[in-house]
Design a binder for this molecule. Structure first.
Ligand SMILES: Cc1ncc(COP(=O)(O)O)c(C=O)c1O
Length: 398
């Protein structure tokens, strides 16, 4: 009898009891808007900003409505205008080119490598096409950030990091999100902290952060941003910056603060699960596990592997066989994009040129969520199932 996995790939852990209690407190006092504070009170949102800035060793932090909003705001503050080009990853998810398009700007896509990171050689070729790079650490894979920053600094290209999948991760000794002028995070349900929707922005640049605060809809209450720049930085910016409301509210912040306390413990639990899968899948003929360099300290809330140069028919066979045994693999190679997995050539508003190198990788990437509701034994079973089904199809066609 073959094993069948019956866990849910979309079931996250519950919000910690402390977060539920804090949320109930906000609901009971009714001051959900971040600027609606009692005398002497600091809002949950302002506290979350202070705590996240402290943890990331950043001067400033702003909590917003979503990761997509965080990226669009970062792009606006650095001066991206309609018609401008912005470099970004070809392998990422729709909110990333969407943030660029929301400003009327045009994404210029950069290839992906077999390590699932941005192709630095291709980036090098394209650095003269734009002044800004929106770098997506897609699925938590971090490229050689030392090389990337040296290249972008030399070319005068401003880097904004999309850390939707790297909250709590580092390259060397530096947190992901601390290399670029902004680090942008998402707190949507499947991310490392879950408030349903939500986002965070961090930066050390006072002018850019003052603009971001005004953009987010601070009216003239920017003084209530304890993790923001001093009042004098807003002197001119407050008259010159439009309000494009996208604030976070106190209910979400209340849910998030206790999750920040346990972020690195959760990271360790995700990585334990990742290692079990990696061990179980290593040396499977036809299957490539992703190489992870020593400097990369990832937070593996998902798992990817490659079926390099397999035909779509055989890949579909693997996906169906795994699904029949309860293991949901997502594929970026389908002609018609489904669920979360759209890809560069389906973002037609960006008028993308064909990218054969990227197509080869997208055709081969198998992607899987790794919720913390899975036990280590669950992960071992999932690895056994994938290994068996990949091997069966491989033996049938090799
Ligand atoms: C790679 C990546 N960047 C950014 C985002 C944007 O996050 P949000 O859904 O909070 O707008 C997502 C969301 O799934 C994402 O996967």
């Amino acid at each position: 009898m073959s094993e069948i996995f019956d866990g849910s790939f979309t079931q996250q852990e519950p919000i910690p009891e402390e977060g539920i209690a804090a949320a109930m407190n906000v609901l009971r006092h009714g001051r959900l808007h971040r600027y609606n504070v009692d005398v002497g009170e600091t809002s949950e949102t302002a506290l979350l900003e202070l705590e996240f800035a402290r943890m990331m060793d950043a001067k400033y932090c702003l909590a917003v409505a979503s990761g997509g909003y965080a990226m669009a705001t970062a792009l606006r503050t650095v001066g991206v205008k309609p018609g401008d080009k912005v470099l970004s990853n070809a392998f990422t998810l729709a909110p990333v080119p969407g943030a660029i398009a929301s400003l009327g700007a045009q994404p210029v896509f950069v290839d992906v490598t077999e390590d699932l990171t941005i192709d630095l050689d291709d980036l090098d070729q394209k650095l003269d096409q734009a002044n800004v790079l929106l770098l997506s650490h897609m699925r938590g894979h971090i490229c050689d950030m030392d090389r990337l920053m040296a290249m972008c600094d030399a070319a005068g290209v401003v880097v904004i990091e999309d850390c939707a999948h790297t909250m709590g991760a580092k390259w060397g000794d530096t947190w992901s999100g601390r290399f670029g002028v902004f680090g942008c995070y998402s707190c949507q349900t499947y991310k490392h902290m879950n408030s349903g929707e939500g986002g965070l922005l961090i930066s050390d640049n006072p002018e850019l952060m003052a603009k971001a605060i005004m953009l987010s809809g601070s009216y003239m209450m920017y003084g209530r941003h304890d993790a923001g720049p001093p009042a004098e930085v807003f002197d001119q910016i407050r008259f010159e910056t439009p309000n494009i409301s996208g604030r976070m509210d106190n209910l979400r912040a209340a849910i998030l603060r206790p999750q920040l306390d346990i972020l690195m413990d959760q990271a360790a639990r995700w990585n334990e699960r990742y290692c079990v899968l990696e061990d179980g899948l290593k040396n499977t003929p036809g299957l490539t596990v992703i190489d992870r360099p020593n400097q990369e300290h990832y937070v593996a809330s998902s798992f990817q592997f490659l079926l390099l140069d397999w035909s779509p028919v055989h890949i579909r066979d693997v996906i169906t066989r795994c699904l029949n045994r309860g293991v949901e693999l997502k594929w970026f190679g389908a002609d018609d994009p489904v669920a979360f997995t759209s890809k560069y050539d389906s973002w037609r508003y960006a008028d993308p040129a064909p990218m054969p190198k990227t197509d080869r990788i997208l055709q081969s990437v198998m992607d899987m969520r790794l919720p913390l509701t899975f036990s280590l034994e669950d992960c071992a079973m999932i690895a056994r199932i994938i290994r068996a089904e990949v091997s069966a199809v491989w033996q049938g066609h090799s």
